[in-house]
Design a protein around this ligand. Structure first.
Ligand SMILES: *[C@@H]1O[C@H](CO)[C@@H](O)[C@H](O)[C@H]1NC(C)=O
Ligand SMILES: CC(=O)N[C@H]1CO[C@H](CO)[C@@H](O)[C@@H]1O
Length: 727
């Protein structure tokens, strides 16, 4: 038996965790028992409120059980690059890399090409690398940037190789100025300076083209590809464009040391108003087809344009899983986490995803594999194209060499013409192909990645989660509250949409013979959206009842108070410990709790309502929060960790009203502390969490404060809640 190429280890401390989980579970049972047996008599005040509490607690208990699936036995993976090198040397499979961009305004072309350059510069035989940029904006600016990058790559790749540069995104590398080679021979510094100048000049040219919105005439004459834009085309209506900017097979195209370069292809699939374009899933499917006639590699890496490669050995890392003799043939995809380089220390918007990255995805890995999260993921081409798992499946690791031979023998432009025919709108319609359903990424879901991954798991495949200490991919997190809320709205809505569709993990997953804990793991995200209602209830009703003197919890002297206090304390102490263990600060955890409340009462609520309306055939509400690129002022406040409200979005009314209501209830309560102990504590915690919201409403003077109309509206709502006798 040969040595494995990767090892699987269990996280420590699981016995302790399980003990904790069992006691919390017992606490939840007792608490529900109290709730069910102490319902106020009909006619007495507070019966409705009490039943509502029962429903909310039933839900929270159920959801808590769901979340235990990923905490029961998380695992981590370790890879052995030396064994891979010893066994395979450079006899490695070809790899296609798909970079997706959609809009040159929100995703500046200079940022996109930094990502492209970082993946071209992988420590991997360049003849086996093929990089495809999918430009769904169909923009000449992006094409121009990529053309510039194809020239710069001739300097950048040898430079990276010679000096072992890390990270290999030029933007990230040159931003850390302390990386300047000091002790090397003098020509190293010289070369560093000259490459940096080339990069700065290129970025300046790209940015200035982006500013003016067009590419200089004399530049356009330098490559035939620019003529695609001669007949005024728009981003929503244009013919298919496929341009091979660097042909890796062409010996005449080499870097300045004479080495071959990775193939580099620009793709803008056809867009026509009468055909639905299916967003990123449509773009990915077009890329799968286009690449099949150019390189057809067995492995496909998919990254978003804002996620650069932070480790040049990541391809080899992923291959340790795929090429493992014992279980490699079961693995459909290897997912890496999303890491961000622009988080603030205390993570003001709770965007670090640390708990998801380090606990939840590792936990899912034990039950059959993590979700496909749309970026930083290595796929097997065959599974992406719909193949079912069979025990005797054997990958053809030489796949792609035939296509590359054919491509080499074709006359100029023939491959491009063939590829273009596969990137037309009509292709998927006319041929009655099953693209978007059984082949490729699935259509019709705003989290196309998650549903595609689920389908792959249901076809019998496993996936693997790899989270090395040094991040493999690094991107930018949302830096404003509005962007954060919008992102979570999309995620919660998409995942809940899957949950209530025929792809519900408990139904579709069962038929696909995935394991119950795996289905539960998927449901953690699927049930984000419905969490909004019980959370809103819990944040509003107990406080209102506190003001009106209606008790909803056991008295301080009653023994029944024990399970309530125990569950609340144990759960939160654990959650704080988990956050600290994952690398957050205590303050970061506290901020995370605030964002938990904000997300649940805004993003998830909107996601829930929109999914329900959608399934009833009604139109969506439309989300008003705008997600713009942040300006300098905003960036400064982000660094100071001040919450950014600024624009008058209706979603903020909910945030402000909940905060204000709790403040009023706490201030106005006329109740005995021993009877209302839990309610006072709950209301008090909510008030403490919302301190930054009060500041934004009443204290701050900067442009990021809560807009006055929002404050006014929330005051109106709170007044209404106080005068209408609900309970
Ligand atoms: C990216 O790689 C560098 C080394 O080049 C490392 O110091 C840094 O921590 C990595 N970034 C993240 C977010 O892990
Ligand atoms: C691309 C981007 O927005 N980067 C920002 C990330 O956040 C840091 C501050 O923490 C800014 O300096 C970057 O410009």
């Amino acid at each position: 038996m040969e040595e494995r190429l990767f090892a699987t280890e269990k996280h420590g401390g699981r016995a302790l965790y399980r003990l904790h989980a069992v006691t919390v579970f017992l606490g939840i049972c007792l608490l529900l028992c109290y709730r069910a047996t102490h319902v106020p008599a009909a006619g007495s005040g507070g019966r409705a409120a009490w039943l509502g509490m029962l429903a909310a607690e039933l839900w929270f208990g159920f959801y808590w059980v769901i979340t235990q699936s990923v905490r029961w036995c998380p695992i981590r993976r370790r890879t052995f690059h030396d064994r891979l090198a010893a066994r395979f040397g450079e006899r490695l499979p070809c790899v296609d890399i798909f970079v997706c961009t959609a809009d040159p305004r929100s995703e500046p072309p200079s940022l996109v090409v930094a990502t492209v350059l970082s993946v071209m510069a992988y420590n991997y035989p360049p003849a086996k690398l093929n990089v495809y940029l999918s430009d769904d904006g169909g923009s000449i600016l992006t094409f121009y940037a990529l053309w510039e990058a194809s020239a710069f790559a001739k300097h950048w790749l040898p430079f990276c190789r010679r000096y072992g540069v890390e990270p290999r995104s030029p933007a990230a590398y040159f931003a850390q100025s302390d990386e300047k080679p000091r002790h090397d021979p003098p020509h190293a510094l010289q070369e560093w300076t000259s490459v940096k100048n080339l990069y700065d000049e290129m970025t300046e040219r790209i940015d200035s083209a982006a500013r003016t919105g067009n590419v200089p005439e004399e530049t356009r004459a330098k490559h035939k590809g620019f003529s695609e834009w001669d007949t005024g085309i728009t981003s929503k209506d244009h013919h298919p464009i496929v341009q091979i900017l660097i042909d890796g097979k062409d010996k005449a195209v080499a870097d300045n040391e004479g080495n071959v370069l990775p193939t580099l292809v620009y793709v803008a699939r056809e867009k026509r108003p009468q055909y639905h374009h299916n967003f990123k899933a449509g773009a990915m499917n077009a890329l799968i087809r286009v690449s099949s006639v150019i390189s057809n590699s067995p492995i496909i890496l998919n990254v978003d344009c804002d996620m650069y490669s932070n480790n040049s050995d990541t391809i080899r890392d992923a291959l340790c899983f795929f090429l493992d003799e014992e279980t490699g043939h079961r693995i459909a995809f290897v997912q890496y986490p999303q890491n961000y380089n622009n988080l603030t220390k205390n993570n003001i918007y709770g965007n670090s995803l640390n708990v998801i990255n380090q606990v939840e995805l590792s936990g899912l890995d034990a039950w059959g594999g993590p979700l496909y999260i749309g970026t930083g993921c290595f796929h097997r081409r065959e599974t992406l194209c719909g193949r079912r798992f069979t025990e005797d499946y054997k990958e053809d690791w030489d796949r792609g060499t035939k296509e590359q031979q054919q491509h080499r023998h074709r006359v100029d432009g023939e491959t491009e013409a063939k590829a273009k025919s596969l990137a037309t709108c009509a292709y998927e319609h006319d041929d009655d192909t099953r693209w978007g359903d059984e082949v490729g990424l699935k259509y019709g879901c705003s989290v196309e990645d998650v549903i595609t991954g689920l389908a792959i798991h249901c076809r019998g495949w496993e996936s693997v989660y790899s989270n090395p200490a040094r991040a493999a991919f690094v991107g930018v997190a949302p830096t404003t509250l509005a962007q954060t809320i919008l992102q979570h709205k999309r995620w919660s809505e998409g995942n809940f949409g899957i949950f209530v569709s025929r792809y519900c993990p408990f139904v579709f997953g069962r038929r696909g013979k995935t394991r119950l804990p795996h289905q539960m793991g998927y449901s953690i995200y699927g049930l984000w959206a419905p969490n909004s209602l019980p959370t809103l209830y819990y944040a509003v009703v107990p406080s209102l009842c506190l003001l009106k003197g209606t008790p909803l919890f056991p008295e301080l002297t009653s023994p029944w108070i024990a399970p309530f206090v125990y569950v609340a304390v144990a759960k939160n102490v654990y959650s704080a410990w988990e956050a600290l263990w994952c690398g957050d600060t205590l303050r970061g955890w506290w901020n995370g709790q605030r964002m938990w409340l904000v997300r649940r009462t805004t993003s998830y609520l909107y996601g829930f309502v929109d999914t329900v309306r959608d399934s009833l055939g009604l139109s969506k509400m439309g989300f008003v929060v705008s997600s713009k690129v942040s300006d300098e002022d905003e960036a400064k406040r982000y660094e100071q960790e001040m919450m950014e409200f600024g624009t008058a979005s209706p979603e903020y009314v909910i945030v402000a009203a909940v905060a204000l209501l709790n403040l009023v209830c706490l201030a106005g309560m006329a109740a005995a502390l021993d009877v209302f102990f839990v309610q006072v504590a709950l209301c008090g915690v909510l008030v403490l969490l919302n301190v930054p919201v009060y500041e934004a409403m009443f204290v701050r003077k900067d442009r990021g404060r809560m807009p006055f109309p929002i404050t006014l509206a929330s005051v109106g709502f709170v007044t209404l809640a106080l005068i209408v006798p609900f309970f």
